[in-house]
Ligand binder design. Structure first.
Ligand code: G3P
Ligand code: CA
Length: 242
């Protein structure tokens, strides 16, 4: 069965990568959440998409130049301020603690493809182990060296390769570096490659699928999951194929 990952929570209708967005994704029918992590100046793992706070908060500048206490004062309600009020940037630890109260899966995307955050992999794995989330976590990144490192360090935690452009024989490439899954941009993967990848026992979770017709096609192909800003739409599609 295809499951649903709420992209940055329920980013279509709530401020991305905030607790309110993750809670919304769960109540809108997602079985998992996707989020992005970066490292703050004091080594705290924080949940934010960009390398800077400028787009999604009322602050400016690089995430890595702020301590967590400084980041926590920023308002990440983004364009949904009137709807939800003040929303802080969460720590990854806070999200993992919340996951202990439900049974959602979590896809942690390591945003270390632009800034080479030293030690991010180790810190993320330590937290996953602390909250015993090994079986509910998928690590992903556009930085495939980082995914190879995570697999070496923690072979019991699933790793996924994120990519945008066409990749030849993605199942073979994934297996070579110990990844159990691929997370392709849905625009650049064909149905034939999806089918071949699944047939080779590598999971396929395309992102970011917001169009209902595309969701239907992917669900009918049997993809492992879809990553969407609109879990409520995906849930309707999922119900049709049950
Ligand atoms: O993990 C899927 C997707 O989130 C990757 O792209 O830029 O939205 O983080 P981006
Ligand atoms: Ca992401």
């Amino acid at each position: 069965m295809t499951i649903i990952f709420g992209h940055r929570g329920a980013a279509g209708t709530f401020p991305e990568n905030t607790m309110v967005s993750f809670a919304a994704a769960a109540s809108l029918g997602a079985q998992g959440i996707e989020l992005d992590v970066q490292l703050a100046k004091d080594g705290t793992i924080v949940v934010i998409h960009d390398e800077t706070v400028s787009r999604t908060t009322n602050g400016k500048g690089a995430v890595r130049t702020y301590t967590y206490d400084e980041l926590a004062k920023l308002d990440a309600s983004y364009k949904f301020g009137k709807q939800v009020g003040f929303c802080p940037i969460p720590m990854l630890e806070q999200v993992l603690r919340w996951l202990c109260t439900n049974s959602l899966f979590i896809n942690i995307e390591l945003k270390n493809n632009k800034v080479p955050y030293h030690g991010l992999e180790e810190e993320v794995v330590t937290l996953i182990r602390k909250y015993e989330m090994e079986q509910r976590t998928i690590l992903s990144s556009f930085n495939h060296y980082s995914m190879a490192k995570c697999h070496q360090m923690a072979p019991d935690i699933e790793t996924a390769l994120l990519y945008k452009e066409g990749l030849h024989s993605p199942w073979a490439y994934a297996k070579k570096i110990g990844a159990k899954s691929i997370h392709p941009n849905y625009k650049y993967i064909s149905n034939a490659i999806i089918e071949l990848t699944l047939a080779n026992e590598v999971e396929v979770r395309p992102y970011t699928v917001n169009n209902e017709d595309v969701m239907r096609e992917l669900v009918s192909l049997g993809v492992s999951a879809i990553i969407t800003d609109y879990p409520e739409v995906a849930r309707q599609v999922q119900n049709m194929y049950k």
